[in-house]
Structures are given as C-alpha cells and as structure tokens.
Design a protein around this ligand. Structure first.
Ligand code: HDE
Length: 716
C-alpha cells in the first residue's frame, strides 16, 4: 500500500519538479511506494479488516474448510503465485542505491546531461551478479560478475549493463544461446550449479577459439572477487559518446574501484560455498549499513573516429581490450553506493536493465554482440516481469516524465487521460510532442553513420585473431597469478569426463596462449603438448603489446587496511587491555576488529572485565575474514590450542596467505597448530605496538604472496 498523500511519479506535479532532480530524488520517488506495517490493521487486499488470521472457516471445528472463506482463498491465491521466472542468466544478484557525480572533463566528451555539472549528483541503482548459477546459488563461485548500473538522469534512464571482465566469450549475439546452454548446468541432471567445471562448457569453448581470451580471464582469480568494492567494471563493447557539437568518438567504459582490486583464494572461495554462501552480498549489505560505502571512479578510453582502424584488432570485436598503454583511461566521475534497498523483490529482483536504454550524448556501435543485446533484454523482461508495462514498476521508472502513446496491457498503472493516443493529433493539442535534437535537452538522435553494404552472413577477417590478446593477458600476470591460472585449468579439466575434450583444450587451445601454460596443465593431466607454438594464420594479427600492467590484479592492490575485517581470537584468560587497544587501533585505520571466541558466552579477561564475543570460531571462520590476531593471555592461548576449531582457524588463515599476528602467549596457538612462526607475514611480539605496524603493512598487500607455494602443504 502506497503512503498518502500520493503523487504519481509521472504526474504534472512531478513534472514540475523534474528538472530539480538530485541524488535523493529517486529515493524520494520510491518513498511514495514504500510501506511499513507500523500502526496498521491487518486487512485483505480489498481493505476488509481481518478478525482471525489463525483459523480458516470450517463446517464445525473438525470439519472441511468452506469455499466461502474469501480471506483464506485470497491469502493462498497470492502466496501460490509469489514466484516470477528468474533471469535466464545473472539470476543471482545483489544491488544498492547511490549516486554518480561527474568531474569537469566529462562534459567535453558527451552532451549527456549527467556529465554537465560537477556539482550535480545523478541517482544510480547498481546490481552485481554471477552469471551461471540460479537465484539460490553461491556468491563465490568461479564466474564472471555482472556490474549493471542504472543512471536515473534528468533526460531518461541510461543503463550501463557491464561485467567485471572487459571482454566476452563470443563475438556474435547469435551464439549467445549456444554459449549459455553450454555453461549452464547440464540438461540431464542439472549439475553443476554455478560452475563452469563440466563437459558441456569445455566442449563448447574448445570448439570456439574466439572464447579463449575470456576463458583465460575466468581462470584467473578475478573470477571470485573479495568484495564487490574490489572489482573493476567494464562496458565491454566499444560505445560512442557524442559532444555538444555533434562530434562522436569511440569509447570504452571503465569502473575503477577506489578500494583497489583483490580476490579470494580458490580454496577459500570453495569453502565459502558452505560457510557463507552469501559472502559477497552480506559484505556489501553490512558495509553499507555501517556507513562504509562502495566507491568507484568512472573512466573512459577515447578513440577519435579517424583512428578507428589504427589498432591491430577491431574495435567492434568484444573479445578484445584496448590496452591502457595504447589508450589511457581518462577519469570522468565518481560513483558512491550508499543505501541498501528496502525490499529485495521490489527493487533488486524487479529492476530491469537494458543496454538499449540510452540518452542523448551516448550511442552504440556496430559491435555484433552489442547489436544483439539491444534486442534481447526487453524481450526477456516481457516474460520475467509479466508484460510490457514493467517500466512502471517503481524501481524502473525514470525520474523525468515519460509520456507517449503506448497503451494498455497487463498491470497498467497510469491512468491516461484524454482521447488522443496517437500522433499527430489535434484533440490533445498535438501532445505528447517530439523534441528536435539539440546540444542540450534535445531529443535522441542516432549518430549519422554511413552504412553502404551488401546483406551478408559473415564475420569480418579483422575479428580473426583469437589468441594474441590471451597471450597478452598471460604475459601480464605475476608468477603467483600464473600459478593460480595453471591450477584453475587443471582443476576445471579434472571435472571434465570425456578425455577428448580435455585433450582438445590442452593440445589445441592452451599452446596458442602459452607453451608453458599448456605444458604445466598437460603434465597435471598426463597429456603431451606441442613443443612449438602454432604459427598464427597469415591473415590474423598479432598483438603489438607484449604485456600490460593494468591486467594484473596486483597492479591495483588496496595498499591500506580500510574496510578489512580482522579476527581477534580470544578465550577465558585473554588480555582484555590488548583487545581494547587492537579494536581502537584497527578502527583508526578504517578496519574492524571482530572478537571471536570458542562460544558466545562472555569471556573473562585478565583485567577483571568481560569481553563480549562478536562471533564463535565456527560462526565466522577464518575464510570469512581478512586476517587473524591471536590476543595474548596464557590461559586464553591454552584454551584455543585445545580446540580443534582454534587450531584450524590459524592453519586455514596461514594456508590462505593471510597476515597473522600473535601477541605474548598467543604464539603458543601458532606453535600448537604447526604454523611456522619465523616467516614473512607472521608477526610475534610482547605488545600490541610491537606487531601492529608491520602486521597492517602486510595486510595492505592483501596476501603474503611469498607464502603461496608453501601454503599448499598445510593440511587445512
Ligand atoms: Fe547480458 N543478458 N547478454 N551480457 N547481461 C541479461 O537480461 C544477453 C552480455 C549482463 O543485473 C539478460 O534481464 C545477450 C555481455 C548483465 O539484471 C538477457 C548477450 C554483458 C546482466 C541477456 C549478452 C552482459 C545481463 C538476462 C549476447 C557485459 C544482468 C535477464 C549478445 C557487457 C543485469 C535480463 C541485471 C542479463 C542477454 C551478453 C551483461 C537474457 C543476448 C557482453 C550484467 O537479456
């Protein structure tokens, strides 16, 4: 039930204030639809007060239920129809509200209203998602993450429906259903959920060399981000921006996370499937609730139209990046996500993104993947959201007026007045009327591109080089990242039952990326690999770029401990002063100290006080937090050493390359758990001050990378 007094967001009153759009205006408009139960009587959907919500109407206390019971029937009818189809891809997601604010440079490149005024905040709604798994699958699976942004601009909605990886698996939208069928759980038994480690995926991608570059990205640690705040975002396709003079330029869109990029470790990601399947959505939710907002810089790579053909790849090919060394990313604004939705279904589930939603100043290119997407989203949303009026669902409504002559169909909310639902008309004074294109506040005008061609089903030869940018990505990884990629191919292919598919990947695809990669994965599968890299076919290009720093996750490590969560392990007999000091020092650095004890009972500290635990050892296990400090106190260390969960906590943190500190007797727990104490990334000291600075410096590197090969010998 909407709150009264009620202003329909498309009413004249709303129109009058439309030009005053601010960051909060979307939230204000949603307010008209928000409803809470406080102070309300329980009623039917028709408003009749309900006297008894516990007993259905029966013929006698032990008799059959009567059909007359309209209260029971309405309740069950509604319940029986609560579910809508989930998204065919990107079904699992989490979203947040926020705003976008441009820098002054933005206006140079596009006439779009949202870029014109650096003091103006445009409201946004952003949904992050995994691709393969259903709504109830795990957050930390190996997968691409969707990064979809709806900008509620004064000139209409602009949806930038991107991913956390800058390329895609296929070049032409006609292959999308094939790709999705192959990556989804296998049709006969619906196994596996949320994963690509199965026969149909590897069968398809090994027969489609154009997927090689993107598959390599998904075999890297980018495929399981530590937090949505640590993820880059990409528009993927080349788009166009059009300035006030009408000049169009090619652009690639980038989101650069201000908190830096970092990921989970594969073993940790897998364990999180069981320990906290909601890991990413929970972290985003909790952080926003506690005021630790997510921040991203928005950037563009700009290519003048006359430079379209100066690259050794085709700008229209979505399996290619523009290396940042060739075209740097120009920052043009900042986005902050600062408000959780009030209702998951109403907002996160019902939001409908569509790359075809653009505003004047932003335009498409002929990328054949993008062109196909322009059809698909509206089409699928008709089914998912029950007809063509889903633009009226509050989360989807623009903040500016939206009048036209489209009418009727399911769930129409707007009560269109007047008789003329056609144009031109004289009955309604010719309204709603067209707006001619203009440098400001004009109607949408498509870039006047000359297309002079024969109809043809073919792919341009300039799309033919499927490997050299994969090699570029491989060359740009650090040694640790390369080891993780080798381990990923080895793991994924170990789940493929058909030997010929494994052989095809290892013998025909991987050698084209790198011989060493092929040899190492081949060795792990007992499969021979060629000694020579196959020569590229003559007509295909090779990348002039040998390596690009921006492609390594390590290039943008967080470097501080802001937003990090640190386990403070305690038991009875803990040094209470140390607990207090650690919490205060971590908070001063923007991090959180979380007190973890064997049970939820308050812990007796040596200073005579009680320490109240935030969680138990198995409630927030090591995989859910960033690092561990074992607090001092002989009795406390002894109690933790006698607990399997206590031992496991530090072993697992060690295995996952986390910085570990132990104060005073806290080191006894490390010794009992056979965690080496004389190593990089392990900090022992008598006092908090002894360990704090080196410990936080190590955390700023995200992981103790030098431990990587050794950590695998840990049994945990
Ligand atoms: Fe999508 N995609 N996609 N996609 N996509 C959908 O739309 C599609 C592609 C992306 O949080 C669907 O409403 C085709 C690339 C995101 O709600 C569907 C092709 C990129 C989301 C669809 C692609 C994306 C979707 C499913 C190849 C990155 C989730 C439900 C031509 C640039 C948005 C829906 C959200 C969702 C079609 C390829 C990103 C079926 C046909 C490339 C982030 O319409």
């Amino acid at each position: 039930m909407a709150k009264n007094p009620y202003t329909h967001p498309n009413s004249d009153e709303a129109h009058d204030t439309a030009h005053k759009t601010t960051e909060t205006s979307k939230s204000d408009r949603l307010e008209a639809f928000r409803s809470d139960a406080e102070g309300h009587d329980l009623r039917t959907n028709q408003g009749t007060r309900i006297a008894d919500n516990h007993n259905s109407l029966k013929a006698g206390e032990r008799g059959p239920t009567l059909m007359e019971d309209f209260i029971f029937r309405e309740k069950l009818n509604h319940f029986d129809n609560e579910r809508i189809p989930e998204r065919i891809v990107h079904a699992r997601g989490a979203a947040a509200h926020g705003y976008f604010q441009p820098y002054a440079e933005a206006a140079e490149y596009s006439k779009a209203g949202l870029f014109q005024d650096p003091s103006k905040k445009t409201p946004v709604f952003v949904r992050f998602s995994t691709v393969q798994g259903p709504r109830g699958s795990n957050d930390t699976v190996r997968d691409v993450r969707g990064f979809a942004t709806k900008f509620y601009t004064d000139e209409g909605n602009w949806d930038l429906v991107g991913n956390d990886m800058p390329v895609f698996f296929i070049q032409d939208a006609i292959k999308f259903p094939d790709f999705v069928h192959a990556v989804k759980p296998e049709p006969h038994n619906e196994i596996p959920q949320g994963q690509s480690a199965h026969d149909t995926f590897w069968d398809f991608v090994s027969l489609m060399p154009e997927s090689t570059h993107m598959v390599l990205w998904t075999m890297s640690d980018r495929a399981f981000p530590r937090h949505y705040r640590n993820m880059e975002g990409f528009g993927v396709h080349t788009f166009r921006l059009v300035d006030k003079q009408g000049k169009a330029r090619f652009v690639k869109f980038h989101w650069k996370p201000l908190a830096g990029t970092c990921s989970l470790i594969w073993d940790e990601a897998q364990k999180l499937w069981g320990r906290d399947p909601d890991f990413n959505r929970r972290n985003m939710w909790d952080d926003i609730e506690s005021g630790d907002f997510l921040e991203y810089e928005f950037g563009i790579q700009v290519v003048e139209e006359e430079d379209e053909h100066k690259f050794d790849f085709d700008l229209l090919d979505p399996t290619k990046i523009i290396p940042e060394e060739q075209v740097p990313v120009t920052p043009i604004g900042k986005m902050v996500l600062n408000r959780n939705p009030d209702n998951f279904f109403a907002e996160t589930e019902q939001v409908a993104f569509n790359p075809a939603n653009v505003v004047p100043g932003i335009d498409f290119t002929n990328d054949p993947l993008l062109q196909g997407r322009l059809f698909s989203y509206l089409d699928t949303q008709m089914l998912r959201l029950g007809g063509p009026n889903f633009h009226e669902i509050p989360i989807n409504q623009p903040v500016c007026p939206f009048h036209n002559n489209q009418r009727d169909s399911m769930h129409r909310q707007t009560i269109d007045k007047g008789q003329a639902s056609y144009e031109p008309n004289s009955i309604d004074n010719g309204y709603p009327s067209e707006t001619p294109p203009a440098p400001e506040n004009g109607g949408f005008e498509t870039v006047n591109e000359r297309v002079d061609a024969n109809k043809i089903r073919a792919r341009s030869a300039s799309f033919g080089d499927h490997y050299s940018q994969a090699t570029l990505f491989w060359n740009s990884q650090t040694e640790v990242e390369k080891e993780h990629i080798i381990a990923a191919y080895t793991f994924e292919l170990s789940k493929v039952e058909r030997p010929w598919i494994r052989e095809r990947v290892i013998q025909q695809i991987l050698p084209n990326i790198d011989l060493e990669l092929a040899r190492r994965v081949g060795e792990n599968h007992g499969i021979e690999t060629p000694a020579e890299k196959p020569a590229p076919a003559e007509e295909l290009g090779t990348s002039s770029q040998q390596a690009s720093e921006a492609l390594s996750l390590m290039a943008r490590l967080p470097h501080d401990i802001k937003y990090r969560k640190v386990a403070l392990l305690v038991a009875d007999g803990v040094d209470g002063d140390q607990v207090e000091a650690l919490k205060a020092k971590l908070e001063a650095e923007g991090a959180k100290g979380i007190v973890i004890a064997p049970s939820m009972a308050p812990v007796k500290a040596t200073n005579g006080q009680q320490v109240v635990p935030d969680a138990m050892l198995n409630g927030l296990p090591s995989v859910t937090l960033d690092s561990v400090i074992v607090v001092g106190g002989a009795e406390s260390a002894k109690a933790l050493s006698q607990s399997g969960l206590g031992l496991y906590y530090v072993q697992e943190a060690y295995k996952h390359l986390k910085a570990i500190a132990a104060i005073g007797e806290g080191k006894d727990l490390l010794s009992a758990a056979s965690v080496p104490t004389q190593e990089d990334g392990i900090f022992l000291g008598a006092t908090v001050d002894d360990v704090f600075t080196p410990f936080t410096e190590a955390m700023g590197q995200h992981r103790v990378w030098s431990r990587d090969p050794k950590a695998n010998s840990m049994p945990a």
